[in-house]
Design a protein around this ligand. Sequence first.
Ligand SMILES: Nc1ncnc2c1ncn2[C@@H]1O[C@H](COP(=O)(O)OP(=O)(O)OP(=O)(O)O)[C@@H](O)[C@H]1O
Ligand SMILES: [Mg+2]
Length: 106
Amino acid sequence: MKLVIAGKGGSGKTSISGTLARVLARQGRRVLAIDADSNPNLSLTLGIPSERFNSVPTLPSNLLQRTSEGVQLSKTLDEIRSSHSLEGPDGVNLLVMAHPQHAGTG
Ligand SMILES: Nc1ncnc2c1ncn2[C@@H]1O[C@H](COP(=O)(O)OP(=O)(O)OP(=O)(O)O)[C@@H](O)[C@H]1O
Ligand SMILES: [Mg+2]
């Protein structure tokens, strides 16, 4: 199952995403949560302290390669998960796409 949550600012997207991810992980499912927000805060909802979140390297730009077959990942998903994700207290893996360059609202 792949689930994307998008919508109006401040409408509860992060709260719902984090809660769903934690419930599914508690049920024994493998959950990979990806925060694509430019001001990411899903880690807090998942129970991951900001110090741990800030210490993880962000995804490299050469991760996607164009081939005659289309765009493909240059590493396996398991390799990406082990080098670029964090595990929260319920077993949710959070993929870190980018860290904010400066403080902001939201
Ligand atoms: N069901 C709810 N009842 C009351 N408050 C809620 C509920 N869901 C979320 N909130 C609160 O509303 C605020 C916005 O929630 P959240 O950060 O999840 O929204 P968002 O859509 O991710 O926002 P943004 O667009 O800024 O990323 C937070 O302070 C959150 O604690
Ligand atoms: Mg949000």
